[in-house]
Design a protein around this ligand. Structure first.
Ligand code: IPM
Ligand code: MG
Length: 359
């Protein structure tokens, strides 16, 4: 029996997680041997305990076999000191569990080609994977803070740092992923300006010697942003730093129609992982039964595949999602003409029904 720590978080987090739980429960009836345990993270945890990542939650996440997270953050906590904001709960989990490899696939379901703001022919059949370094770089680099000079002027500062070891291990994950896909890897950096990413480029190039079957290219991040919009299908796997990956993965999500569709996996060296939709807590639509639960439901599929090796169950979820899209069901973020607008819970119910139909 495996344990999944379920951390709903804030905003739309609890609503979308509720739909993912329905999916897990229907698979349990079909023999998926998992146990679900819930805990607080983010703003919800701040309200209850004063801390975005309570010791209890961290202990549960460490002892569980995988973690499923909704989203964290919201207007209510924006005035708090940055050290105890909801986002620190998420960043704390990533670093405490050493989840250095963040896999963010951007896959376009054919039914949603018209939901993208780009022309259908630019995004049709899009299938790319962003491998984002997740526990290093400017997100965690020291020193950081805001200091006051003698003149009284304040200066904010953060540090972009990468060790060779950190670069090498994320590069290996990316090369391994590329080997299982179309064998093309593009490493994105700013080596023309930033020494830390000049080292990044050097180390990635060295690692590439162990992967002669993968074609490696390098691209500056500004150009990569442009190329992703101009001709996204030129990419297979992209590997990049924590902050560049944060930005480019939001961009890539929009190619697929909606950020509400994209799951992610954050893995440690042993494939233990935390799974979450790449979107945030969307406080503007929270509690209204409007959010798209599919990114979270697809995150469950990634969880079953990567951490539990349950390919059949993973595929059943993905097939069910395709089926409900084929049937024309859409939450508001992906709605278009001649489709049927549904709520968060109706979408979850439809996926559950499609899973039941397809044993
Ligand atoms: C993401 C989010 C987070 C990040 C925030 C919520 C801290 O934007 O997962 O992409 O910046 O990593
Ligand atoms: Mg982000």
């Amino acid at each position: 029996m495996k344990t999944i720590a379920i951390l709903p978080g804030d905003g739309i987090g609890p609503e979308i997680i509720a739909e993912a739980i329905k999916v897990l429960e229907v698979l349990q009836q079909d023999g998926l041997d998992v146990q679900l345990e819930q805990a607080l993270v983010g703003g919800a945890a701040i309200d209850a305990t004063g801390h975005p990542l309570p010791a209890e939650t961290l202990a549960l996440a460490k002892q569980a076999d995988a973690v499923l997270l909704g989203a964290v953050g919201g207007y209510k906590w924006e005035q708090l000191d940055i050290a105890i904001r909801p986002e620190k709960g998420l960043l704390g989990l990533r670093s405490e569990l050493e989840l250095f490899a963040n896999l963010r696939p951007a896959l376009l379901f054919p039914e949603l080609a018209s939901a993208s703001t780009l022309k259908a022919e630019v995004v049709e059949n899009l299938d790319l994977l962003i491998v984002r370094e997740l526990t290093g770089g400017i997100y965690f680099g020291e020193p950081r803070g805001v200091r006051t000079f003698d003149s009284g002027e304040r200066q904010g500062f953060n540090t972009l740092v990468y060790t060779e070891t950190e670069i090498e291990r994320i590069a290996r994950v990316a090369f391994d992923s590329a080997q299982k896909r179309n064998k093309r890897l593009c490493s994105v950096d700013k080596a023309n300006v930033l020494e830390s990413t000049e080292l990044w480029r050097e180390v990635v190039t060295t690692v590439s010697k162990d992967y002669p079957d993968v074609e490696l290219s390098h691209m500056y991040v500004d150009n990569a942003a442009m190329q992703l919009v101009r001709e996204p299908k030129q990419f297979d796997v992209i590997v990049t730093t924590n902050m560049f990956g944060d930005i480019l993965s939001d961009l890539a999500s929009q190619l697929t129609g909606s950020i509400g569709m994209l799951p992610s996996a954050s893995l440690d060296a042993n494939n233990k992982g935390m799974y979450e939709p790449i979107h945030g807590s969307a406080p503007d639509i929270a509690g209204k039964n409007l959010a798209n639960p599919l990114a979270t439901i697809l995150s469950v599929a990634m969880l079953l595949r990567y951490s539990f090796n349950q390919e059949t169950f993973a595929e059943r979820i993905e097939t069910a999602v395709s089926k409900v899209l084929q049937a024309g069901l859409r939450t508001q973020d992906i709605a278009s003409e001649n489709t049927k607008l549904v709520t968060t819970s109706e979408m979850g119910d439809a996926v559950v029904a499609a899973i039941k139909e397809n044993k």
